[in-house]
Design a protein. Sequence first.
Length: 237
Amino acid sequence: MLTFRDVNFTYEKDRPVLRGVSFSVREGEAVGLIGANGAGKSTVLMLLTGLLAGEGEITVDGLPVTREHLAEIRSRIGFVMQDSDSQMFMPTVLEDMLFGPMNYGLSREEAERRADEVLARLDLAALKTRHNHRISGGEKRMAAIATVLTMAPKVLLLDEPTSALDPMNRRRVIRTLNELRETKLITSHDLDMIYDTCSRVLVLKDGRIAADGPAEEILKDAALLADCRLELPLRFQ
């Protein structure tokens, strides 16, 4: 579903962020992407959506991430950004949910039917007509997930989905992610959340994939994590 082949990227000359990164994610997999600050996790997600352009080969659902395929690729990807305020820009939750589907040609009636189905699926019907500036951070994070699901994506990219959430909303996000069958690539410093939601983990260090394996193995490897400037999940400390 997702492939990186020998991908390089740099924001500044002579300071590469990604160096020869290669990996693939199969359809239906839930994969965690972890690494210290500045390791390039968010960069990987932005390259997959075409928000950045690097060197090498990147494909989404068999389509190369190039200018001519961007519209089709973005219709297949739901990107939940780290900052929900950057994503929720319409007055109400419903209007945010309708924006994408209607922009891709759905009628308002069909888009609203799809939005109602997603809200019911996530038990978020109470948020439908709420104003975005009057809901909590946790509610806004859940609304952002609902917004991308209304696009019926094949792939979900989630950047730090539990950051700054209280324990109750954190558990809610984890439960929601585990109920979703879509292919998922999740970046986070919350390694306990990665353990709870992902079957496989990729570790980025110095712009390269330092490890790729089952979450159960990677997240219990204290030496590996320490070498990558990470700590064991709290449950293993």
